[in-house]
Design a protein around this ligand. Structure first.
Ligand code: DAH
Length: 358
């Protein structure tokens, strides 16, 4: 007669010790499988006398039921453990930052602005700023354009409402008033560029009532036209990304410079394309000159000690030339198709070392 109690203890221990479902299944087969120890016991009932069967039947059946229940309970527990382990392993950290998808693009005007700043920063120029709504005095008078000067007519100015003192603010017609603002608050040496929005009553394929310029100003004890020319050349080489450029100086007139010079750059427009640095055509680049002594004086700088040069150029125009956009109007129409075509990747900041416009 087998020791039923000992068998039960050993099977229940094996069930408790089964560490996974496969191990538990092995225990089940060894106890309750066709040839399992408990199955054999139950089979042995058939060969017993009625008295023996009556005594052992409930014993064996009870053993089988308790073992079956223990197997089922352990199976449930193991299933839960496995699920918990998987959940812990597969958890997603929802606080992690999402990987940025590059959508949207940098407008060609912003791109050229960043390029211009990168180039002049490398030459030691600081960036200066002024407001879009400007004093008439800074936009005109202190730049040697007094109230009745004919040059005022050339500017197609947007005037604002009259002030109490009779003066009228203007939407600045150029970035040159930032020269005035800089000289009024800073002692020489001065070396700045001032990019920004400018406004004139003008609108066609190459003119917009709001457009962008950048201004340059250098004031020091020794400055001359040679420095100005070198600065223009260095800018053109870097901006148009060519090794050599040829500039042509044309005499010009601006009230705030004397002498005044306009710069053209040699280019090739044959074949419907523009190439910079070679060819038989000329591209208008910038107005410039030596700062007029009267301007220095009106801005509190002694013209007998200091001179300087200044220049101004259109940012939108440079963007059109460099990136082959024939019409200025779509620059300000927010047309997605145009923006996708002419836009730049947001994470590609222009640098001289890395390339301005890859
Ligand atoms: N302010 C001029 C314009 O808007 C451009 C310009 C010309 C700026 C000569 C300058 C300069 O600083 O020296 O047409």
């Amino acid at each position: 007669m087998p020791d039923v109690q000992a068998l039960e203890t050993s099977v229940l221990n094996a069930i408790a010790g089964a560490s996974d479902e496969a191990a538990l299944e092995a225990v089940r087969v060894s106890a309750l499988g066709k040839k399992g120890a408990i199955s054999e016991l139950l089979k042995s009932l058939g060969g017993m006398s009625p008295e023996e069967r009556k005594a052992n039947g409930p014993l064996f059946n009870g053993l089988r039921d308790r073992v079956a229940a223990a197997l089922a309970a352990r199976k449930t527990a193991l299933g839960e453990e496995a699920l918990n382990a998987r959940l812990a392993f597969e958890k997603i950290d929802v606080t992690l930052p999402a990987r940025p998808e590059a959508t949207g693009s940098i407008h060609p005007v912003s791109q050229v602005l960043d390029e211009v700043i990168a180039i002049f920063a490398d030459l030691g120029f600081a960036v200066a700023e002024g407001p879009d709504v400007e004093f008439d005095d800074y936009n005109f008078t202190k730049l040697n354009i007094p109230p009745d000067h004919p040059a005022r007519q050339m500017h197609d100015t947007f005037y604002l409402k009259e002030q109490a003192d009779g003066s009228r603010h203007v939407l600045r017609t150029h970035t040159s008033p930032v020269q005035v603002r800089t000289m009024l608050k800073q002692k020489p040496p001065i070396r700045i560029i001032a990019p920004g929005r400018t406004y004139r009553v003008d609108s066609d394929a190459t003119h917009s009532p709001m457009f962008h310029q950048f201004e340059g100003l250098v004031i020091d004890e020794v400055t001359n036209l040679g420095h100005l020319k070198w600065t223009m050349e260095e800018f053109c080489k870097a901006f148009f990304e060519v090794d050599e450029v040829e500039l042509r100086a044309r005499p010009s007139f601006f009230p705030f410079t004397e002498p005044s010079v306009e710069w053209d750059m040699r280019c090739d427009r044959s074949g419907g394309q523009i190439r910079f640095g070679t060819g038989n055509d000329w591209l208008e680049l910038a107005g410039s000159g030596m700062v007029h002594p009267r301007v220095l004086e009106m801005c509190g700088i002694d013209p007998s000690r200091y001179q300087g040069y200044a220049f101004g150029a259109g940012i939108d125009r440079l963007a059109m030339l460099k990136y082959g956009a024939p019409d200025l109007r779509p620059f300000f129409e927010s047309d997605l198709k145009w923006l996708r075509h002419f836009g730049f990747t947001a994470l590609d900041l222009p640098t001289l070392a890395g390339g301005l416009s890859r």
